[in-house]
Design a protein around this ligand. Structure first.
Ligand code: NOJ
Length: 432
């Protein structure tokens, strides 16, 4: 069977990680622009980033050259609304032009509305701990939907809320995790309503959580147990079921029984058009997260972030999520950090990333062949970029970025991926 004909081969990025232009054309800072230097490795800052704000045409040309069918990017809230109630026409124009250029290049634009770059002005009145942030978020969503939904069909409300409600660096201070989580879930539900009410073109809406996947281990953990672990509530706000059971199934998980009411669920649980998930590796804990990972062994293959290269991760992830949530699946992020550099021949040879891509796509193909309706794969990331508190040393891109000159160099893995796309996965069988 293999990949369906219309499979959405793509790549993803996020505004704070690539745009730069932190104070250009009326934008105000996000919490990431003002973090103290000692919070980020090497004192790096996203303020200039890959300067996609000025290099976006070149970046769209690269997307076109690689033959990507879809491109997921996020909107910088403080570029569009530098202050509450004040729409920035230049900020909106940037995204309008980007969407037009993508469509002209035959690429499906996919918008993430919130990928961690909270405007400082929202953080100032309490961030996600305050219900007011959710209200401000909806005002912003309405502006973006009104401006882009005549051309954008795919919408993701939040990216990996697990991270921004649990990690202090995201707002520079501690959160009341349950309170912030509830506010984000309510904001998600209302945002879905706003998108469906105001979209000019019939929208497809979802949520992009961090995907946790436990894979079976022969002789130790069977499929049923691995599936149970994948949705384990012991993972709390870092897990998937804490978020997705209320959002997709309308079920309040045990740890949130004291936080969510049935009335909340009426708002939170809105129809989704697909299941989206970011998944990079599988883990396997016998009892609870934090214990020894059964899939780990000394000297096992790892990426530059230390993340394990685990077999069949996307196979189990998509299968388990389909079985639980019964929605067509799109992988909104998956990728490999590598120690890339420009080599003596002027190119970036990154065979580890290519090998990783081969493995994960073989997993996906197997899931599809067994009937899991996977309709897209978005590689993280299009460009090397600002990896949050790890700064710029970690390189996830298909395209190498020299941060001094902003020169882009297409890596070998990108050329390989371009061939995967061109052959709709056909070339993956070569090494089988
Ligand atoms: C998930 C996050 O959404 C993205 O921002 C991050 O760069 C990648 N994972 C890699 O860590």
């Amino acid at each position: 069977m293999g990949f369906p004909k219309e499979f959405l081969w793509g790549a993803a990025t996020a505004s704070a990680q690539i745009e730069g232009g932190w104070d250009k054309d009326g934008r105000t800072p996000s919490v990431w622009d003002v973090l103290p230097a000692d919070k980020i490795e090497n004192g790096d800052s996203p303020r200039e980033g890959c300067n996609h704000y000025e290099h976006w045409r070149e970046d769209v040309d690269i997307i076109k050259r690689l033959g990507l069918k879809a491109y997921r990017f996020s909107i910088s809230w403080s570029r569009v609304l530098p202050r509450r109630g004040e729409v920035n026409p230049k900020g909106l124009q940037f995204y309008n032009d980007l969407v037009d250029a993508l469509l002209e290049a035959g690429v499906e634009p996919m918008v993430t509305l919130f990928h961690w770059d909270l405007p400082v002005w929202v953080a100032e009145f309490g961030g996600w701990d305050s219900g007011e942030a959710a209200i401000a978020f909806l005002e912003y969503v309405k502006v973006v939907v009104d401006a882009l939904s005549d051309r954008v069909r795919y919408w993701f409300t939040f990216n990996e809320p697990q991270c921004f409600v649990t990690d202090v660096t995201n707002e520079g201070r501690d959160h009341d995790v349950k309170r912030a989580g509830r506010n984000v879930m309510l904001a998600h539900g209302r945002a879905v309503e706003v998108i469906r009410t105001y979209a000019h073109k019939s929208p497809l809406v979802g949520f992009a959580p961090m995907g946790m996947c436990a894979a079976p281990v022969p002789g130790v953990m069977d499929e049923a147990l691995a599936k149970e672990m994948t949705f384990s509530q012991a993972a709390g706000a870092m897990g998937m079921s804490w978020w997705l059971d209320p959002i997709i199934l309308g079920v309040i998980p045990e740890p949130l029984k004291d936080t969510l009411s049935e009335d909340d669920i009426k708002t939170i649980c809105q129809p989704h058009d697909f299941f989206a998930g970011n998944c990079y590796f599988a883990v396997n804990y016998l009892k609870r997260p934090g214990r020894e990972n059964l899939l780990a062994f000394p000297g096992m293959p790892k990426s530059a972030t230390g993340w394990p290269v685990t077999p069949a991760c996307l196979y189990w992830f998509t299968k388990f999520c389909w079985e639980r949530y019964r929605l067509p699946v799109i992988i909104t992020e998956n990728g490999f950090a590598n120690t890339d550099f420009i080599m003596l021949d002027g190119k970036v040879h990154d065979p580890q990333r290519e090998d990783y891509i081969r493995r994960v796509l073989a997993d996906l193909e197997k899931a599809i062949d067994e009937g899991v309706p996977v309709f897209g794969y978005l590689h993280w990331s299009l460009l090397d970029n600002f990896e949050w508190t790890h700064g710029f040393d970690i390189r996830f891109g298909l395209v190498y970025v020299d941060y001094k000159t902003q020169k882009r160099t297409i890596k070998d893995s990108a050329l390989f991926y371009a061939n995967v796309i061109k052959t709709n996965g056909g070339c993956l069988t070569e090494l089988k």
